[in-house]
Design a protein around this ligand. Structure first.
Ligand code: ZN
Length: 120
């Protein structure tokens, strides 16, 4: 944990973007909408890095940020425990080639089915 973060004031500002996509929210792990202005802040630890804040977190307001971050941290702690438990299992799964063959067969079945339905 960086002491620099703890001592920082995190200032969220607007930045125009022409990349209209959904961005993951740093605070709640939700997603932004596809909008031309991002609410974002500089990454304290990594120069030139930034994090995005979603509209729901903006709506909740700055006073709600610590609780939202703690909630997300608890969710990640739980997920880490689940992943570690799954890591102990013996995994059996198809090879990539088997999966790829199944995809091709499914596509062929879909093409035949559509062809029969449309007479093509
Ligand atoms: Zn959010």
């Amino acid at each position: 944990m960086s002491d620099e973060i703890i001592r920082s004031e995190i200032r969220v500002t607007h930045r125009r973007t022409n990349v209209l996509t959904r961005w993951p929210c740093f605070i709640c792990a939700g997603w932004t909408e596809k909008e031309g202005v991002l609410a974002r802040f500089e990454d304290v630890e990594f120069p030139h890095g930034e994090h995005v804040v979603c509209g729901e977190c903006l709506k909740a307001g700055a006073d709600a940020v610590p609780a939202r971050l703690e909630g997300e941290a608890r969710r990640l702690d739980y997920r880490a425990a689940v992943l570690r438990a799954y890591a102990q299992a013996r995994w059996v799964m198809p090879t990539y080639e088997e999966w790829e063959t199944a995809v091709v067969k499914a596509d062929e079945w879909l093409d035949r089915t559509i062809g029969e339905a449309t007479g093509a």
